[in-house]
Design a protein around this ligand. Sequence first.
Ligand code: ADP
Ligand code: NA
Length: 331
Amino acid sequence: PGMTRVFSGIQPTGEPHIGNYFGAMRNYVRLGEQYGQDAIYCIVDLHAPTNPLAYDKATLARLTFEMALANMAVGLDPQKVVFFVQSQVREHAELGWMFTLSTPVGELERMTQYKDKAGKLESIPAGLLMYPVLQAADILLYKADTVPVGEDQVQHIELAREIARRFNHHYGDTFPEPKAVLEKAALRVPGVDGNAKMSKSKGESSTIGLLEPVESIWAKIRPAPTDPARVRRTDPGNPDICLIFDYHKLFSDDATILEVNEGCRTAGIGCIDCKKRLMVGIERELTPIQARAADLRAHPDTVLGGLEHGAERARAIAAPVMDEVRSKMGF
Ligand code: ADP
Ligand code: NA
């Protein structure tokens, strides 16, 4: 109670899938209900051009809008939390520069994500190396102390702590040392193609879009792999190794989960019937989200207005922090 401020950066990657929904978006809403104006969610568009292979100006604005719309459709309320676009708050880039001044290049070159991404490029943008410095600025600009992230971001948050420590040491106590909080139920949604993890990087055949029409979802669920030992309808199966059963646990009510579990083990239900039962749960979960998304799409000013309101709230927090930083550094 009291001192917690949560920050989370959201990549403007466009069309989220149900892995993003269960693994991240739903938690943003839950944390938003808990922390209100101390839950800060930033669509981090300034990072996007560091990927020269994926960035293009024409799509960035669209992807940013889509990501805002999807989160609002899921229930993120821009009046309740602080939800905005990074490039609309100039202080991010400014604080990023202040941190760049004193962050050792060697520390940045050790970042695993940097090494992975840079290894694939002929010419490495300096921004790719600086990525975690801007990320530290994103967090510290709000003096946030709690950062819910996946495993792959823990190293970056450790660097943000180091950056905060270094600044505090040189200029006096200013920033908290933010903690990475790994989601307890580290929910990993498998891909509908049988991949261990649903991911955009594995392509459309792996993902079920949050806003994908149910007919299109059914076209992916119907042929999805199940227990390979269930060759005939009369063969019993093992739900514990079945992707469809994993999805039931996410979408279906307890009674249905019990029934399909039992039905699979006794060959009382076939895989197609089991998949049809799953579609009931998927429709129940996604239909209201998709209806809100359609409504927001018909009223884009609601989305843009929500983000503008969020940017105002964000600036109100960021500006005095930036004043403090400037004055401590002698600018
Ligand atoms: P993708 O892997 O599709 O590119 P991102 O890396 O942009 O997705 O992830 C955005 C958020 O969604 C992160 O918080 C990440 O942990 C979460 N997430 C992504 N894929 C999954 C998944 N299959 N299961 C659970 N959470 C996921
Ligand atoms: Na990913």
